[in-house]
Design a protein around this ligand. Sequence first.
Ligand SMILES: [Zn+2]
Length: 496
Amino acid sequence: MTHFLTAWAVALSLLAAEPPATWLIRGAQLVDGTGGPIRAGDVRIEGDRIVEVGRLSRKPGEVVVDGKGLALAPGFIDVHNHSERGIVRDPSAETQVSQGITTLVLGPDGESAWPIAEYLDARRASPPAVNVMTMVGHATVRELVMGKDYKRKATADEIAKMAALVEQGMREGAAGLSSGLEYDVGSYSATEEVVALAKAAGKFGGFYMTHTRDEAEKTFEAFDEAVTIAKTAGVPLEISHIKLATVGVWGQTQRTIDLFDAARKQGLDATADCYPYEAWHSNLEVIVPDKRYDDPKSVTEAIRVLGGASRITVTACEAHPEYAGKTLEQIANSEGISPVALYSRMVREGGADIIGHSMKEEDVLALYKQPWVMVASDGGIDNDHPRGAGTFPRVLGRFVREKHLFTLPEAIRKMTSLPASRMKLPDRGRIAPGRKADLVLFDPKTVIDRSTFAEPRKLSVGISRVYVNGELVWSDGAVTGARPGRVLQSGGSARP
Ligand SMILES: [Zn+2]
């Protein structure tokens, strides 16, 4: 009788020629983003939303995706992503979706697209596979106001103009202010300037995200400044790619944890993000904080605090493409000069991109364990650091499965609900009825990164299927070509 009724219902639905509006992922282990225990369950999806979660039976005509043996998590939200241009060239975002990333937050480190409305409208007109959001960049507005005359403190009038631009960026859809105070344009700003701009972002509910003023020997002064800026401006704080990256601060994880725990206890909504590597990726100039690139004393000290010239690898150099892949020590040896002289000459000739292998693994792990530290890549499409293609699977494979640094639910929380709450995305970051169907189906037993410093864009394995707004964008090792990504704004879903 039951069979007969089912057959009859199927026949009716076929007659009506209306495919069922819903579909199911069945039998997966749900890691729902909250950090709570894993449970077996099924998820029903309609359009771009999750409509039911639990033990569900198939409705007539429903398509079923078999999740047996796999884990199902919310899509990963990358709060520090440098794909502003990459997403235009590769809207399928292969290196990103293959990691399970479903939302990119662009415009970090003080540099964003401008005008923001124009950039976001272009993404709406030609959507990528993933959702995108953006910050408004401090250096971006600083240069708009000061032009090439930025190597000084800004006047009150200039700060007012920058604040107006930050407000414009926020109105046009930015989620907050980003700064890169260690980089050239931002480095000349006074603390008060950044406070004024963070306040401007705060008027629209924005937060302050910062690559702090110093990631070397003055790391703690820079952390203090970041806390001061956020507190004074009255906005939440996100420390970008938190690290202890020079000899003088190695091992000072407890001091770091205490500093942010104290700020949090005093009511500051402070979080941080961290990429799972002991090497950073930046430019040659950034390592000499006093900018005396020709002063042997300054350069010698800069190389010393990073642990020596053998820890600095050139990834790209316009004047000398043949330097790519070699350390400063190797290049200096083959040219018969000192690393210090080489450094000064390279800056004069236009600089280079470098990777610095100057973090301690135990420091990275200790910071990663903190509940307020989320996973973010600082990478993106076309990145020359393996974090661009490997960050999220690396945490799942190496930190969770191999090192047992934290549980799988905790790792997923750091990739989903924690960044969703930082970005004020109430309808993402969790598997629950009513949430958007950004979903990752993966194998916790095999998921792992394969990108290396030699092959930074090699794709990860173990991510089986990735859905963005209910549509499949990655399936069994290949992008599908679907482009369901939307422009997201803090506080709600996509702007119409
Ligand atoms: Zn940065």
